[in-house]
Write a protein that binds this ligand. Structure first.
Ligand code: ZN
Length: 264
C-alpha cells in the first residue's frame, strides 16, 4: 500500500493544511452545485453575484472570511449572500480536517475526504433541483476505482464489483418500482450515484446504504405522503446520508450482524 508517510508530515500540520484545502474545495463545490445542473462550465466565466451580476473580485472570494468581512452582503448590490455558501465551505473544510486527523498521511484520508465531498455535492443538487450531475456520480465512480489502484483500503476487484452491483441493483429496484407503482420512483441519477457508492464502499456497502437510505426515506417521507403533501422524493439525499453512515459504522455493523445472526 502506498503511504504518504514518506512526506514526514505531522498530524497537526496535516490537519490544518487539509482544513484549508477543504475550505477551498468547499468554495469550488458551491460553484459546481449551481453550474453543473445548469450544464455550465465551472471554470468560465468567473464568479458573479447571482443577484446583481457583478464580478466577484478575488479579494472578496476567500472562503468564509469574505462572507464575514463583507457583513454577509454583496459589495455591489448590498443584497444578503445566503449563509448556505459559507456553511458548505465550513462543512467541507471540517470534513477534510477530520479525515486528516483520523487517518493521518495516508491514501485513506484522501479517499474519505473526497467521498464525503462528493456526497455533500450530491445532497445539495438533489435537494435544490432533483438532479445528480454525472460529474459527481460517473466522475466519482472513476475516482473511487482509481483510489483502489493507488492503495485505498478497498481493493480494485472490490471497487469494480461494488460499482457494478450498485448500478445493477438500483436499476432493478427502479424497474420494479416503475412496474409496481406505475411511476418513476427513482431516476437515472440515483442509479449512477449507487455505482459511485459501490466503487467506494464495495458491494456490502451498497446493500447497507440501500437499506439505511430506504429506512430513512420511509421515516421522513411516509408521514408527508400520508398528510397529502406528496412531492418528488430527492432519494439521493437519503442515499448520501446512508452511505456516510455506512463509511463510519458499516464494518462494525456488518461484524455485529454476522456474529449475532450468522454465527460468524
Ligand atoms: Zn450583488
Amino acid at each position: 500500500m502506498i503511504s504518504l508517510d514518506m512526506l514526514h508530515i505531522g498530524t497537526v500540520p496535516l490537519t490544518l493544511f487539509a482544513g484549508l484545502l477543504g475550505l477551498l474545495f468547499g468554495s469550488f463545490l458551491n460553484v459546481c452545485v449551481v453550474r453543473w445542473p445548469a450544464l455550465e462550465s465551472v471554470v468560465k466565466p468567473r464568479s458573479r453575484c447571482p443577484q446583481c451580476g457583478n464580478l466577484i473580485a478575488w479579494y472578496d472570494n476567500f472562503p468564509v472570511i469574505s462572507w464575514v468581512v463583507l457583513g454577509t452582503k454583496c459589495r455591489h448590490c448590498k443584497l444578503p449572500i445566503p449563509a448556505l455558501y459559507p456553511l458548505v465551505e465550513l462543512a467541507v473544510g471540517l470534513l477534510w480536517a477530520l479525515a486528516a486527523w483520523h487517518y493521518g498521511p495516508t491514501v485513506e484520508f484522501l479517499r474519505a475526504a473526497v467521498f464525503g465531498t462528493l456526497l455533500i455535492g450530491i445532497a445539495m443538487t438533489d435537494a435544490r433541483e432533483y438532479i445528480i450531475p454525472d460529474e459527481f456520480s460517473i466522475g466519482g465512480t472513476v475516482i473511487g476505482i482509481a483510489f483502489a489502484f493507488v492503495g485505498g483500503a478497498l481493493l480494485w476487484p472490490q471497487a469494480l464489483i461494488g460499482a457494478v452491483v450498485g448500478f445493477v441493483l438500483l436499476w432493478v429496484v427502479a424497474w420494479l418500482g416503475a412496474k409496481m407503482f406505475g411511476q418513476e420512483a427513482m431516476g437515472g441519477g440515483d442509479i449512477k450515484m449507487m455505482a459511485m457508492i459501490g466503487a467506494f464502499l464495495g458491494w456490502q456497502g451498497v446493500l447497507l446504504t440501500l437499506f439505511l437510505g430506504a429506512l430513512l426515506g420511509t421515516i421522513i417521507f411516509l408521514p408527508m405522503k400520508l398528510m397529502g403533501r406528496e412531492k418528488l422524493v430527492p432519494f439521493g439525499i437519503f442515499l448520501a446520508i446512508g452511505s456516510a453512515a455506512c463509511w463510519l459504522v458499516g464494518p462494525a455493523l456488518i461484524k455485529w450482524y454476522s456474529s449475532a445472526f450468522l454465527g460468524g
